[in-house]
Write a protein that binds this ligand. Sequence first.
Ligand SMILES: [Zn+2]
Length: 241
Amino acid sequence: MRKLSMDFQPHFMAGLCLRKKDKSHWDCTVRPSVVPLKRPACSICSFVAETDRRLIHADEVWSFPESTKVILTDVRPLCVYCHEAKDYADLLRRIMRGKARASMTSTVMEHYCGLNACSRDDFDEDVAAAFKMMNELERRYFYGIKGSPEVDYGRWDRPADTPQLTVAEKRQIKVAFADRDEPITVGLKSLKTYASAVRWLQSVTLKERSEIIAAIIQFVEEGLDDDEIIKERDEEIEFRA
Ligand SMILES: [Zn+2]
């Protein structure tokens, strides 16, 4: 049993992992609960990020119990090197696309071998075994072009009383922010972008959400009224002249 083991994510998980599926919940709730602001540490090699918190990632641990279901069993803090070793296949893919440095492979291998007290041959064997496991999962979970497994995000899922915004709600916010240079003020908050508004709205309860959306729309409409009044006044002045 390795201290740090490889666990390559199958391709069908690409759109299903929580980090991508629900970015605002991930950024506002999940990641902060796993990676503290001060001195976050890797749960495997104990590396502590003293200055740069980004060196510690929040890693999703998935289980694949049956061919129709996947379960998020844990989210744990991992340093960059442990994380790259865990999903070494992803690192290789990113190197091929020019998104990661090729020299990273030897750094990650040294980290893995040092931590597990194993040889480079052991590393290569572990890579081959992890690829085999990934291929096996992709075979077991293959449904053709359409379809994906049922996903259980467990206790990491977004709470039921703060669901993601609906398409209609997103459209309302998008319209409010369209062609806008000035922030929208709601209470003490100053919302500069559509994304910041969505993030906030998805972190409050449904009741607060509808009140905030109404306040956003009211703020924008009042602004429009002012513009109309100024325009009318200008036209009047022009008319008089
Ligand atoms: Zn580590």
